[in-house]
Design a protein around this ligand. Structure first.
Ligand SMILES: O=C(O)C(=O)[C@@H](O)CO
Ligand code: MG
Length: 257
C-alpha cells in the first residue's frame, strides 16, 4: 500500500499553518508536503515536524513573485541569478527539515522568447539545481501542470515534454513528479502512463477530476491506480494535493486503511 503525505497547502486549511502538522499526524499521515516554507524560519518548521512526528516529504523551490502571478523561474532567461539564489535558500531548508525531495516549478511561458532558448535555460538551471541537491542526497522533481484549467500559460504542460527534458538534463537525481490530476487533464491514459514511466517517477500527487477534490469524487479510479503502483513496486510517497469538499477529516474516507 502506498504511503500518503498530507499536502498542507490544500488540507487542514481551516487551521493556521503550524497547526496543520499536528492535525495531519492525528489523521494518520506520516508525511507532509506543501508549496513553500519560506515565510517561517526553517528551525521553527523543523520543530513542528518533530512535535507531530511526521516526515517532511517535499516542498517547492522559491517560485518568483507568487502573489503577482509568477509560477516558477526555471525556464526564464533573465532570471537565472534569482533562480540560483532560490536553489541555495531551498537547499538550506531541505537540510534543516531533512527533506529529500524538492519540486522545481518551470514558470509561465514568456511568449516573446523562442522555445529552444527556454529549453536551454531550463536544462541549465535544472542541472545546476540537481548538482546542488546531490550534495545532500536529495532529488529535484519536474512536474507537468495542466495549462488549460489550473495554470494558464504554464510552460511545462506535457508529460512527454517533461520526460524529454529529464533525459536532456541527464542527472540521476532529477525525476518526474506525476500529479495524476494534472495528467488526467493533460492526456488521460493514467495506468499506462504510470506503467511506462515508473522508472522515472520520483513522486506522485493525487486529486480527482473535475474539481480537484478527494479521490472518489470524480472520474479517476484511484483504487485501481494504487494497485498499479503497488504491483510496479512504487516505494515513494503519494501527496494528497486536493481541495476537500467539506472538512479534511470528513473527506478522508477514500484512504485505504
Ligand atoms: O499545483 C500543483 O499541482 C503543484 O504540485 C504545485 O507544486 C505547484 O503549484
Ligand atoms: Mg501537483
Amino acid at each position: 500500500m502506498p504511503k500518503f503525505a498530507a499536502n498542507l497547502s490544500f488540507l487542514f486549511t481551516d487551521h493556521i499553518f503550524r497547526e496543520r502538522f499536528r492535525l495531519a499526524a492525528a489523521a494518520g499521515f506520516q508525511g507532509v508536503e506543501y508549496l513553500f516554507p519560506y515565510d517561517w524560519p526553517a528551525s521553527e518548521v523543523a520543530e513542528w515536524l518533530k512535535a507531530a512526528d511526521v516526515e517532511q516529504v517535499l516542498f517547492n523551490l522559491p517560485p518568483g513573485d507568487w502573489a503577482n502571478g509568477e509560477r516558477g523561474l526555471a525556464c526564464l532567461p533573465d532570471r537565472q541569478g534569482e533562480f540560483a539564489e532560490g536553489v541555495e535558500q531551498a537547499l538550506n531548508y531541505a537540510m534543516v527539515l531533512d527533506c529529500q525531495r524538492v519540486h522545481c516549478m518551470a514558470g509561465l511561458r514568456p511568449w516573446a522568447v523562442a522555445e529552444a532558448e527556454l529549453e536551454a535555460v531550463y536544462v541549465a538551471n535544472l542541472r545546476h539545481a540537481a548538482d546542488r541537491f546531490a550534495t545532500i542526497g536529495a532529488t529535484v522533481m519536474v512536474e507537468p501542470i495542466n495549462s488549460r484549467i489550473d495554470m494558464p500559460g504554464y510552460w511545462l504542460d506535457g508529460i512527454d515534454k517533461a520526460l524529454r527534458l529529464i533525459e536532456s538534463i541527464d542527472r540521476s537525481n532529477v525525476k518526474l513528479q506525476l500529479d495524476l490530476y494534472h495528467a488526467q487533464i493533460i492526456q488521460g491514459d493514467l495506468a499506462r502512463t504510470i506503467e511506462e514511466n515508473i522508472a522515472q517517477i520520483g513522486h506522485v500527487q493525487i486529486a480527482d477530476n473535475p474539481g480537484r477534490h478527494e479521490p472518489g469524487t470524480g472520474e479517476i479510479n484511484y483504487p485501481f491506480l494504487f494497485s498499479v503502483l503497488d504491483r510496479l513496486g512504487y516505494a515513494g510517497w503519494i501527496g494528497c494535493e486536493y481541495k476537500p469538499l467539506a472538512t479534511t477529516e470528513e473527506g478522508l474516507g477514500w484512504m485505504p486503511k
